[in-house]
Ligand binder design. Structure first.
Ligand SMILES: [Zn+2]
Length: 296
């Protein structure tokens, strides 16, 4: 595949694929938190305002939104700029995944597919969590199963892990996936319990049951199945850094605006940032922690 897929032709295909997947991601983001709709049924997209079915032309990523000037063709209701934005962001993430993996053979293509899948899942989960404060099981549970299946089929996913190395590569890799799922979900569950101890007063005031929703736990179990123990924990460490940083900034802004308590933000988008950091630069969080612990 060297030649045809390397360089700009391959990158262009990754971008086109990202635009198409981003368009599907919009459907998942809109439909999966709603009752009675699935991402494949009804198969045609429709305008949420007038229910008019969209034509194939209206579904062309980004371009249709620009040509329609962000309005429904039938009723003229404004279409959120979130739709083209998601398509562009997913296309950029796919380009980044292609650039980082640099696939030259079929295994490389599988690696690209896994990185691209995790990246688009981060976008989907973040937007659903920001809007609805949930992470749907319809995304995390099939994804967890997929992660374990990929672990069995593709032992190269978990290079360097330490579980059952004497077993066959496939079995040993499955245990690495299970270990990652347990580490990702379990550590987040513990972080949530500790957070609940510190934030009890604020949470009671806001009527929130748990600092860490169980959706986050299932989502990090899903991600851990792909990333393994070190990757899952690294993503959570990065997420905590990002969360603390943004949390402090928001408190500061709220204080400057007259001491109003800032709105609580869900942790899902921070976990997404952590996962994307881990995908872009595996081990980043651990290296950062080490640099903090032992300044040069
Ligand atoms: Zn309409």
């Amino acid at each position: 595949m060297e030649g045809l897929w390397s360089g700009w032709p391959g990158m262009s295909i990754a971008v086109m694929l990202g635009l198409a997947v981003g368009s599907f991601a919009n459907v998942v983001i809109y439909r999966s938190p709603l009752e009675g709709l699935t991402s494949v049924r009804p198969s045609r997209s429709f305008c949420p305002s007038c229910q008019a079915q969209l034509t194939w032309f209206d579904n062309i990523p980004v371009l249709a939104w620009l040509l329609l000037r962000g309005r429904c063709r039938s009723c003229g209701t404004p279409i959120s700029w979130r739709y083209p934005l998601v398509e562009v962001v997913v296309a950029l993430l796919f380009a980044g995944a292609w650039w980082r993996v640099g696939p030259t053979d079929a295994f490389g293509m599988l690696d690209f597919a896994i990185v691209a899948y995790l990246a688009v899942t981060c976008v989907i989960v973040s937007l659903i969590d920001l809007e609805h404060l949930i992470i749907p099981d319809t995304i995390t549970l099939p994804g967890l199963a997929l992660g374990l299946i990929v672990s069995v089929c593709l032992p190269s996913l978990h290079v360097g892990h330490v579980f059952f190395r004497e077993a066959s590569p496939h079995i040993s890799s499955l245990f690495a996936g299970i270990g990652g799922a347990a580490a990702g979900g379990g550590s987040l569950w513990i972080v949530g319990k500790i957070g609940a101890l510190f934030l009890r007063r604020q949470m009671e005031a806001a009527g929130v049951e748990d600092a860490m929703g169980f959706g986050d736990v299932k989502w990090m179990a899903h991600t851990g199945a792909f990333l393994g123990v070190a990757g899952a924990l690294g993503a959570i460490v990065s997420a905590c850094f990002a969360g603390a940083l943004i949390g402090i900034l928001m408190k500061l802004v709220a204080w400057m605006q007259g001491g109003r308590e800032p709105q609580p933000i869900p942790f899902g988008p921070f976990l997404s940032m952590g996962i994307l950091v881990e995908l872009a630069s595996p081990g980043f969080a651990w290296n950062l922690l080490q640099a903090i612990a032992q300044p040069a």
